[in-house]
Design a protein around this ligand. Sequence first.
Ligand code: NAD
Length: 457
Amino acid sequence: MTDRYQQFAGSPVGRQVIRRLGLPNPVPLRRYEPGQPLLNGPALVGAAPAGRLAETVAGILRKADADVRTATDLPAGTDEAPTRPPRYGALIFDATGITEPARLRELHDFFQPVIRSLTNSARVLVLGTPPDRTGSVDERVAQRALEGFTRSVGKELKRGATVQLGYVAPGAEPNLESTLRFLLSAKSAYVSGQVVTVSETAQPAPAPESWATPLAGQVALVTGAARGIGAAIATVLARDGAHVICVDVPAQGADLSALANRIGGAALQLDITGDHAGDRIAEHARTRHDGLDIVVHNAGITRDKTLANMDAAKWDAVLAVNLASQLRINEVLLGGNVLRAGGRLIGVSSIAGISGNVGQTNYAASKAGVIGMVQALAPTMTERGGTINAVAPGFIETKMTAAVPLFVREAGRRMNGMAQGGLPLDVAETIAWFANPASTGVNGTVLRVCGQSLLGA
Ligand code: NAD
């Protein structure tokens, strides 16, 4: 869908009007294209003394051909003639060495001189230790404080830059690479102000043979794949090497087949609320592929009305598609081991499921339920060597949001750090990161893809 305001903001006249009136400025975001460099400029890597991650991070960046600089590389100016730092594509600070609140000052000292020196769509990343894995009250407090710092930085950044906090558990260093590559690359264009935890696993996460096609040889299933976010998910998983089974209702059969053909996948027409939906998926996966590696529960519907005006049919329809069907399908796929060991379950929640929304009691209940599903199944998935995670999209430009009344639509588009809606691709890239075999250390996460929306922030 066209964002006419963003088009106007990009024109010479629009730029002037927006600057003079202080209106939101939705700059074009850098998005991933195959072969693109990881970063949009050099990376400055710093660390608090005794940090345990800076070396690992610098090693991963160099392997990805990034230009890595450290504080000692900073140009030395004088008080009279301070040297302007270069524009950085990324600022990364290892804060794991901060063991007491007084030392939080090290965040200020690293970021303050360079925070203005960022390229468009630059990345800011703070790395810490999960507060519940720290050794003392002081350390726990200091590590928890990182969250307030990063979320506030996100609200100050401009020109498509993002900031995240990565909590890396002791022993999880070998599992960091896929998350680092996602959070620093253009794949996370519409993710900002988020906290991601990387945990240690029984076996270190395997590095893919190629980071361009990490899903090579894998079989994925995506529901609601005929259009919108589902079509983008199927396309990105196929780009990353997976064979994708695309599921949608028979009424969407033509679009579904066209997509499946385009991406070299298969089309499976079925209503996921049907009594035998799980069995039909299991049969298809078993007979043709001997199982599945990735299941993305994307299909979802809205039937909006305020609670006082909502009939039971609207309530039931939304809960059936968005939640109950997914639980039933999971039972069949997990019970029958159709989802192979090391498999991925991925849900699609919504920021409405976090913050609530007028007219969406049914939808928000279902989407909060998806978060419950992630939390309930995370330990089971750990036992199977796999993971379950979910995305919580904010305002994404699709047919679903095109149907929203104009005023609400404009509010949704602008009330976030990027002053624009996200694209289905942004949700799809996040799901591809969860799906990556190298992301085994990320389990039980609900990641917002919302441009740091003010809703439920
Ligand atoms: P969409 O309406 O464009 O597409 C949804 C697809 O799901 C359709 O192809 C539809 O036919 C299919 N579907 C619906 N019921 C089905 C059923 N019973 N069985 C099989 N397929 C079925 O929606 P979208 O905007 O692409 O949303 C995709 C997901 O993202 C949904 O779960 C939605 O709730 C969620 N989401 C969207 C946004 C947004 O801004 N668009 C924000 C937050 C969450």
